[in-house]
Design a protein around this ligand. Sequence first.
Ligand SMILES: Nc1ncnc2c1ncn2[C@@H]1O[C@H](COP(=O)(O)OP(=O)(O)O)[C@@H](O)[C@H]1O
Ligand SMILES: [Mg+2]
Length: 352
Amino acid sequence: MIAPTEPGPVPPAQPDGEAEAQPKPRTEIRTEPRPEPRPEPQPDLNPRDEAETQANGQNDIGAAHDDIPEPYEGKYPIVIEGLRNSFGETLIHEDLSLKVRRGEILGVVGGSGTGKSVLMRSIIGLQRPQEGRIEVFGRDLIGAPAEEEFGVRSQWGVLFQGGALFSTLTVAENVEVPIKEFFPELHSDLRHEIARYKVVLSGLPAEAASKYPSELSGGMKKRAGLARALALDPELLFLDEPTAGLDPIGAAKFDTLTRELADTLGLTVFLITHDLDTLYAICDRVAVLADRQVIAVGTIPELLESEHPWIQEYFNGPRARAAVASATRHNERSTEKLRGGKALDRPGERGA
Ligand SMILES: Nc1ncnc2c1ncn2[C@@H]1O[C@H](COP(=O)(O)OP(=O)(O)O)[C@@H](O)[C@H]1O
Ligand SMILES: [Mg+2]
């Protein structure tokens, strides 16, 4: 996919082209007690798995944790060693290792079915590996007590491949789900206000907060999912194929938003994608999944030194050349527009 135009960085609060309405002032925020929420929200399940919905903020641990975790200051918020996952006879990962650096956007690529989503689900505890060690923020999560896992979960946000929004809840109510789960004592007014703030932060117009998922375009749904992923001010953001299904312009805007949010909020981003434009435009490093392992991780120029046939085919094919041209144009325009400000960097130039 090639982005024909690049709008340049926009403040995250700007609506994108898909938005039908202009943002309203924040005085809109509802301060009266709300009517009783509809009982038992039904998630918009195509999701293959209820677990994703639960991971988005519904589980059976009722209590909030009192102590807000300290920001992680180590070098690697995610460390995976010797991971093994299989389904029946099918081995998906074997002796897979990977370290994600704090503050980077790590692109994760690999052929379809190589286990990218399974890897993400292993990290966030939705898939129990047969072997291996997974540390998130320095804590070994496999077999960790539920309370500890609960605490760490508040430090990450996830945008699942399918979106996994609750179809019977509005966008704002979707964003409020994890807030309610982790901070049940929080006054509802404040919760509504936080949710509306996250909606706007994700590039949706304020009016989108009261819309239902069915009323949103594909790009707006992704942003709504992003708003929910950002609900708890995470340090770590997981994005599974966030630009899949978006048109090139929408995808480029989403990329820009991701980079800006990562820079502004100091996020570490684990970004599964097959979108070469995304890799070239915003990723600091790229990890390649093949042969059941992470066969290489590095900047794109570093990866190009690998002789692995999949890497060569992927990064040296015609689509890659188009993506390089697009990223170059993108960076030139961004740098020009942002002279004196913060430009999007070329891959390989960001502390990788
Ligand atoms: N819950 C599951 N049960 C059985 N097989 C699964 C399950 N989840 C994923 N798989 C299989 O594992 C492989 C990797 O899946 P996935 O991680 O979704 O691939 P991708 O790299 O495209 O994200 C696929 O062959 C998929 O069919
Ligand atoms: Mg996948």
